[in-house]
Design a protein around this ligand. Structure first.
Ligand code: PBE
Length: 270
């Protein structure tokens, strides 16, 4: 019923993703700060795939929905979505994605370290790989296609690096579409340098722990300063931050653009 408040129309539910995701704790905080924390409202924990499918259904039926959203993501390419304004700045301004290595990697595997340190790409490039994977392409192949099509850029990451023989390296990641894309690209570039690369998907907290305990060598999935800021703080001193690999990511609450009267998180109270 379009005459009902937006809260009522969506059953006072924000459709979220995995419990450990930084965007989930940021959203809990946002709900408090924007007065959506009373018993009626809930943030639904789910998975990125389930959220995307709920969103797809809502859009098909032209129904209201509020999701935890971020870019780069194919959802913003496939559907017409808008971020809700965040006047209290709970989600922070633009986020960047950092590459994180275990302590000692620079000394133990300098070739891999140099490549990881140089790796950087643009949001549209990541979105391009993601969209292909969402369209059914195998991530390994989508990454290789991207590498072939962007040879000049990839060459700047590998320039002058000696090939290795028989060395292995382990990268960890969370199976978010964005991280599936970046991790496969980086893994394939390391393979082209002669590494035997093992990539392993896990939850967010174990991801940071895998680097801090040196169970893994590196990861390219650290959304900072806000989204995974708590993990960054918790494990500070136990990892090597190689800096930004993607500039201009964004995190917040998002809705389909046909929700014309809802433009700010504070509008959800209407
Ligand atoms: N995400 C996707 C992650 C980072 C990438 C927004 C779900 C998070 O919330 O930690």
């Amino acid at each position: 019923n379009p005459n009902e408040s937006v809260g009522k129309q969506i059953n006072y539910t924000i459709t979220g993703v995995e419990a450990g995701a930084g965007i989930m704790s940021s959203t809990q905080k946002a709900m408090k700060e924007y007065g959506l924390a009373d018993s009626k409202w809930q943030l639904q924990t789910s998975s990125t795939a389930a959220m995307a499918s709920t969103l797809g259904k809502a859009i098909k039926n032209h129904e209201p929905i509020v999701i935890t959203g971020w870019t780069p993501h194919w959802m913003f390419t496939k559907y017409s979505l808008k971020f809700l304004k965040d006047p209290k700045n709970v989600y922070g301004k633009a986020e960047n994605i950092h590459t994180i290595a275990r302590l000692g990697l620079k000394k133990d595997k300098p070739e891999a370290y140099t490549m990881l340190n140089r790796f950087n790409w643009k949001p549209a490039q990541m979105a391009n790989v993601m969209l292909k994977v969402n369209g059914g392409e195998d991530p390994h192949k989508a990454a290789n296609d991207w590498i072939k099509q962007n040879k000049a850029q990839v060459d700047t990451w590998t320039k002058g690096i000696k090939h290795v023989h028989g060395q292995s390296i382990k990268l960890t990641y969370v199976a978010w579409d964005s991280e599936i894309a970046s991790t496969n690209v980086v893994a394939n570039v390391l393979r082209s340098l002669g590494y035997k690369v093992d990539i392993q998907a896990m939850e967010v907290q174990p991801l940071w722990a895998s680097i801090a305990t040196k169970a893994a060598d590196g990861m390219v999935c650290a959304w900072l300063p806000n989204t995974q800021g708590l993990y960054y703080k918790d494990y500070k001193g136990k990892f090597d931050d190689l800096g930004v690999n993607l500039k201009g990511a964004k995190v917040g609450l998002a809705v389909p653009t046909y929700m014309k009267n809802i433009n700010s998180i504070s509008d959800l109270k209407k």
